[in-house]
Write a protein that binds this ligand. Structure first.
Ligand code: 13P
Length: 251
């Protein structure tokens, strides 16, 4: 079901104690507030169970930032989707450009991760987005469409309905350079049209599509006012409650 969502991605930041303090402060800031969006925080694995216990999960959903592409067994150092589920987390961020770039995540690996995430009743927040050279060549639509074709467009319609898409142009992540409102809206509208072509207009209209990349309190109101932008995936600005709350309040 299409919803407005503001999701934080803490990336590899915060010790357990710092993360718990951040989650607790956010929980207090949102208690009793009238919210026009779902709020999610994507924490490191080791924080998940403690953060779930520390927040009102009816107000703040908790996400892992990754999961293994194997179900269980001799995969030293990996964390399975069922382990994530057992913490009480509800979402898994998958396909982030940092994981594709630094950890070699391919479409084949991501297909396995998406399948295991869905099989465990978790919601994938599936990331896509192009690098600067692709944008400069004005080939972003074909690039993103290919990322989707190779992965989540292989899902059944029933499974596709369960996922959230996040478009994060790599050149906008952590750079302070946000995609212009027009660039973000145009690409999200394109993604929605590609979903419609693949799964039909009803499913396209029901899919939450988020923008990510240097989203902040200042640019969020204009971004979130666009017809195809259903929220944001927020990196740096999710690490301070005042900044993150201001983005939540942009809805
Ligand atoms: P920034 O908001 O820090 O640019 O990060 C965006 C992001 O990568 C969220 O997943």
């Amino acid at each position: 079901m299409r919803k407005n969502i503001v999701a934080g991605n803490w990336k590899m930041n915060k010790t357990l104690q710092e993360g718990l303090a951040l989650a607790t402060e956010l929980n207090e800031a949102l208690a009793g507030a009238k919210l026009n969006c779902d709020v999610v925080i994507g924490t490191p694995f080791i924080h998940l169970a403690s953060v779930v216990a520390a927040v009102d999960t009816k107000v703040i959903g908790v996400a892992a930032q990754n999961c293994a592409n194997k179900e269980s067994g001799a995969y030293t150092g990996e964390i399975s989707a069922s382990m994530v589920k057992s913490t009480g987390a509800e979402y898994v961020i998958l396909g982030h450009s940092e994981r594709r770039e630094y950890y070699g995540e391919t479409s084949a690996i991501l297909n396995e991760k998406v399948a295991l995430t869905l099989a465990n009743g978790l919601t994938p927040i599936y990331c896509c987005g192009e690098a600067l050279d692709v944008r400069n060549a004005n080939e972003q639509n074909a690039f993103v469409k290919n990322q989707l074709d190779e992965t989540v467009f292989n899902l059944s319609a029933d499974d596709f309905k369960k996922i959230v898409i996040a478009y994060e142009p790599i050149w906008a992540i952590g750079t302070g350079v946000t995609a212009s409102t027009e660039q973000a809206q145009d690409t999200l509208a394109f993604i929605r049209s590609a979903i419609a072509a693949k799964f039909g207009q009803e499913i396209a209209d029901g899919t939450s599509i988020l923008y990510g990349g240097s989203c902040n309190a200042k640019n969020a109101p204009e971004l979130f006012a666009q017809p195809d932008i259903d929220g944001g995936l927020i990196g740096g600005a999710s690490l301070k409650v005042a900044d993150f709350k201001a983005i939540i309040d942009a809805f």
